[in-house]
Design a binder for this molecule. Structure first.
Ligand SMILES: [Zn+2]
Length: 288
């Protein structure tokens, strides 16, 4: 009698252990780095640059484009061409592209429609000259998830890098009085902006943090800086600084890629989003 009690206890403990093992496996291997499943690819925080994709002269030309001026560009990127690191004011610039060199996004946001997310992906693919952002229809195939939240005060959207994915805060958007076109362009600009952060691009509003324009309350034409529709009635227009920043970010990925190198020879080329329409003068398929 006593003996069979011990056996039963061992069986029960065994079942509990197997249950725990199953839960652990689900969370760590299937579930990804967080239980909300919002970011399935680990943040890449190395902050280093792959050599050999550009000559020294080309790297210097790219950092001249990202250096910018008082309210434009980001001077922290200068050291890409001198120390071959990818840092913002001494700290590694993260990305969550993963080791396949393509950022896979899954959309759960109601505020940002999946059609808008597809346009944002196409925007970045135009800029890169090759496919670097894809919209997937299965959350398990994504690097991260776009979703809505209501908790953060005063923020329109955020790339968390900490497992919470790409978050938008619909209650913080005050869009009454704006035309349908301006609302749409503003949301799309924010979407393109936050995806830019996921790709590893910092703010491009001037100075070592790219934050000069924001600190001074200045609205810009840069979608990686304070962008508002009133300042940009023709939509979201890319600049040479955006393209050069993408070129540098691509070198920091786990699978480094040569991107947007057209900017070295044709810095005036651009991609424009205006109310659901994409136009581009960038040579299509300019990278492989
Ligand atoms: Zn930002």
């Amino acid at each position: 009698m006593h003996r069979s009690g011990e056996i039963w206890m061992a069986v029960i403990l065994g079942i509990i252990f197997l249950g725990f093992l199953g839960y652990w496996t689900t969370q760590r291997i299937v579930g990804g780095p967080n239980r909300h499943y919002y970011q399935r690819t680990k943040t890449d925080n190395r902050g280093t640059i792959a050599r050999g994709h550009y000559s020294q002269a080309e790297l210097e030309a790219l950092t001249r484009l990202t250096h910018g001026s008082q309210y434009h560009g980001n001077t922290s990127l200068d050291i890409v061409a001198t120390k071959y690191v990818y840092q913002l004011d001494g700290k590694p610039l993260p990305n969550i592209v993963g080791n396949d060199g393509v950022l896979q996004l899954y959309n759960k946001s109601k505020f940002m429609t999946t059609a808008m997310v597809r346009d944002a992906a196409a925007y970045w693919n135009h800029l890169a000259g090759v496919k670097i952002v894809a919209v997937v229809d299965n959350q398990r195939l994504s690097d991260e998830v776009i979703h809505d939240n209501e908790t953060q005060r005063g923020v329109l959207g955020r790339q968390s890098y900490n497992g919470q994915g790409l978050v938008f805060f619909p209650p913080n958007w005050h869009m009454s009085g704006l035309s349908a076109k301006d609302r749409n362009n503003w949301q799309e600009a924010a979407l393109i902006h936050e995806i830019g952060h996921a790709l590893g691009i910092p703010h491009l509003g001037g100075g070592p943090l790219g934050g000069n324009a924001a600190s001074a309350g200045i609205l810009t034409a840069e979608f990686m800086a304070p962008w508002r529709p009133g300042r940009n009635p023709l939509g979201v227009r890319s600049t040479a600084a955006d393209a050069a920043a993408l070129a540098l970010a691509g070198l920091s990925w786990q699978q480094p890629r040569r991107l947007a190198s057209w900017v070295l020879t044709d810095p005036g080329a651009t991609v424009i989003y205006n109310q659901g329409r994409l136009t581009s003068t960038i040579p299509r398929g300019s990278e492989s």
